[in-house]
Design a binder for this molecule. Structure first.
Ligand SMILES: C[S@@+](CC[C@H](N)C(=O)[O-])C[C@H]1O[C@@H](n2cnc3c(N)ncnc32)[C@H](O)[C@@H]1O
Length: 304
């Protein structure tokens, strides 16, 4: 356990998808004045450099955020990057904001993206278990001087979530982004979400999964879909497949829990009503900008 380090994967195409969706959801949820509680069950280190040996070893950002930046830069209009999608543009502008001196060397992980979008009354709880990443996360969050707005917990996020549900304001977002390093993570995601919906049926739940040829992974969205139907909650499911890799990552990535990942998906329960339209516009743009070959594709489904 704990060989997975997100620093090897930060800014890859899966991060682009999950963070773009996260930002789009938060933009909607933070419009209301009532306090929002966000719980990030698997936080990682919070902030990543794309110019370190770790990032260069896997070069995954080259196929994700950096590829996106290069492609959209070619279509630059004025000072703004033109991507053809408002949600994509928003995500790119946000990531760029973490690089005030220019360049694209810093990549914000989910805790930083979330905290950046929260209002004064909103709260963020982040869970992380990795002994190195919890230290990095704590140091990174300390620099934000966010005070009581952000709580860091060195606990199991699947279990720890319970104690925060339902949030006092009854407004909440649960972002669940496990490494799936342990096969049991797949069943734990379903168990956690089933339990959480009983405590807090109206919360927005965002669950990321790798779209790989493993039965557990293939079954996960169907299980979450069944759960949504059973609980009579609206849902949205999207996935992005960037196609085959023409140039596999250079060098051995010894702690890579999912080598050669080309597709991933997100299952959202109680999505904001604006999300479907935003993704309908954005996912084709992602296929166009991040696709490695003609097999690149997306899927987008939603229901009540
Ligand atoms: C995919 S990474 C998270 C990336 C982060 N959500 C982001 O978007 O920037 C998954 C993280 O979960 C941590 N982790 C693994 N099992 C955990 C558990 N049961 N509870 C909390 N964190 C866990 C890993 O150490 C790893 O840092």
């Amino acid at each position: 356990m704990f060989s997975y380090r997100h620093a090897f994967h930060a800014g890859n195409h899966a991060d682009v998808l999950k963070h773009l969706v996260l930002v789009a959801i938060l933009r909607h949820l933070t419009q209301k004045p009532t306090a929002l509680q966000v719980i990030d069950t698997h936080a990682g280190a919070g902030l990543y450099r794309l110019d370190t040996a770790q990032a260069h070893t896997s070069a995954e950002a080259d196929d994700g955020i950096l590829r996106l930046v290069n492609a959209t830069n070619r279509a630059k209009a004025g000072n703004s990057i033109h991507s053809g999608s408002a949600a994509l543009q928003d995500y790119l502008d946000l990531v760029k904001g973490f690089n005030p001196s220019g360049g694209w060397t810093v990549y914000p992980g989910s805790p930083f993206l979330i905290q950046h979008l929260l209002g004064d009354r909103d709260r963020l709880k982040v869970f992380e278990l990795h002994p190195t990443d919890i230290k990095l996360l704590t140091g990174n969050i300390d620099q934000l001087k966010a005070g009581r707005q952000v709580a860091i917990l060195r606990e199991d996020g699947f279990e720890g979530l319970k104690k925060f549900l339902p949030p006092p304001s009854r407004r909440g977002l649960i972002f669940c982004d496990p490494s799936y390093e342990l096969k049991t993570d797949y069943t734990r995601v379903v168990k956690m979400t089933t339990d959480a919906l009983q405590r807090f049926a109206t919360g927005t739940y965002v669950i990321w999964y790798p779209n790989i040829a493993r039965l557990n992974a293939q079954e996960l969205p169907r299980k979450l879909w069944n759960l949504s139907l059973r609980c009579k909650r609206p849902w949205l499911h999207c996935s992005l497949d960037v196609g085959h890799s023409s140039s596999p990552s250079a060098g051995p990535v010894t702690d890579d829990a999912r080598p050669g990942l080309s597709a991933s998906g997100l299952f959202v329960i109680n999505p904001p009503y604006t999300l479907h339209a935003a993704l309908k516009e954005t996912l084709p743009a992602l296929v166009r900008l991040l696709g490695r070959d003609s097999s690149a594709r997306f899927s987008l489904d939603a229901g009540e």
